[in-house]
Design a protein around this ligand. Structure first.
Ligand code: FES
Length: 125
């Protein structure tokens, strides 16, 4: 059911963990399956690029693999470019999620957007 890539990212996530003093924290949860994701961001202020990103996910294997994939896709990107990462990009990066697990990719894009929106709001204060 899962691609090799999904299993690799689930079994050996590179971005799992917490960032001390993050610039923003994004959260997303899915009340149906109970999965919960927290994303931590560190932003390089002059370039507005994501210089560090980590996640903590309580959820299924696909949610963990998708969390790791979105971190890989977002790291080094500007905030505006990272906002454009869609759940299809996450699924493609993992070699396609099974249709029943597409909502796991939607969950992680929601958490990334939440973190970026919160960061932007803080910056205009
Ligand atoms: S089963 Fe719901 S996020 Fe994976």
């Amino acid at each position: 059911m899962y691609s090799k890539k999904i299993i690799q990212h689930f079994a050996n996530p590179k971005f799992f963990g917490k960032i001390k003093n993050p610039d923003a924290v994004g959260k997303a949860g899915n009340p149906r399956c109970g999965d919960l994701l927290t994303l931590y961001l560190k932003v390089d202020k002059p370039t507005k690029k994501i210089k560090d990103i980590k996640f903590e996910t309580l959820g299924c294997a696909a949610a963990i693999a998708a969390s790791d994939m979105i971190c890989e896709l977002a790291k080094g990107k500007t905030l505006n470019k990272a906002l454009k990462i869609g759940f299809q990009d996450v699924s493609k990066g993992l070699g396609a999620l099974p249709p029943l697990k597409i909502h796991c990719a939607q969950l992680v894009t929601k958490a990334l957007r939440d973190a970026i929106e919160k960061y932007k709001k803080e910056m205009v204060k």
